[in-house]
Design a protein around this ligand. Sequence first.
Ligand code: NAD
Length: 335
Amino acid sequence: MKVLVYSSKTFEIPYLKEANNSKHKLTFIEDGLTSETAMKSVGYEAISLFSADDANYNTLEKLKDFGVKYISLRSVGHDNVNLNAAARLHIKVANVPAYSPNAIAEHAVSLLLTLNRKLIESNQRVKYFNFDLNHLIGFDLNNKTVGIIGTGKIGAVMVKIMHGFGCKILGYDIQENKELVKQFGIRYVPLKDLCEQADIISLHVPLNTDTYQLINEDLIDQMKEGVFIINTSRGKVIHTEQVLMGLKSGKIGALGIDVYENESGIFFADHSHEIPNDDLLIKLNAMPNVLITGHHAFMTDEALTNIAETTIYNLDCWSNGKETENELTTAAITA
Ligand code: NAD
């Protein structure tokens, strides 16, 4: 199958080539998918997309006209693809449902530990041979209450890790996981209760109409003074402007994010030689208690191997006339 791989990143190409083993004819381009770049897909039966690519209704219609039948996503999240439109246009879409929940949960913990123990400031001091310890006080994680919002694959690993630290775990999810209750003593509570009781809140829900700006000022008002918020899910799950107000007032003690509400068009590229023009991001970057990483929680060897293998597996299935269990468009039709 001829496949156009949009938003190809240098770091992932060797993984995709190895998983492909010359089965499909892969063409790598750096451009992301937009309604303008859709025309590059002329002559390709399949395309592969990354989480920043925008497969909205108009773009999908263009892809259909250009002969694209399959879209293999190199991501778990699929909020960037209009699945209903794809289903109606008979374009099959499949994702990588679980490439390494450990990679993401471990990154969430890294954000938490780095913020709590002020590792960046400490290291900056040491670089200047400043060994003063003032203002470096954190807190023990042992016995703290952690609220996990979304206890699916990544949230479940987060529960396990935080349980290892000796934390009490509260969960909020539309589907409770009884195994987590049994193994780690997690207590499922309404969102309001989780916010009232948690010292640390970690977000692991997908972006959908119910989770869009879930963390807003109403919910922040109910949180504990000094709460730590960690977000490795999707930027739009938090109302960033209102979270910034919470940080300024001291209500939120720290914010660790791997994803940012307006990351599209900013993340995944080098803008270091440009004047920054996203005021919200400038303000967040200026806060000493905010730690931002550029959507790189998935950057482990294991995760990249799994992403590449599943991306190629989905293409293999389609080129052999089979269904893939990772197909999302079937669910969109039945929903
Ligand atoms: P998952 O589907 O296994 O788990 C998501 C959980 O959220 C499920 O248990 C589901 O019931 C719950 N949920 C859905 N809607 C909800 C709602 N309205 N309220 C409460 N709970 C709700 O997904 P996962 O593999 O754990 O991934 C979670 C998200 O993490 C992905 O959707 C993706 O957006 C994000 N992610 C980020 C990165 C990164 O690099 N930062 C990498 C992978 C995934």
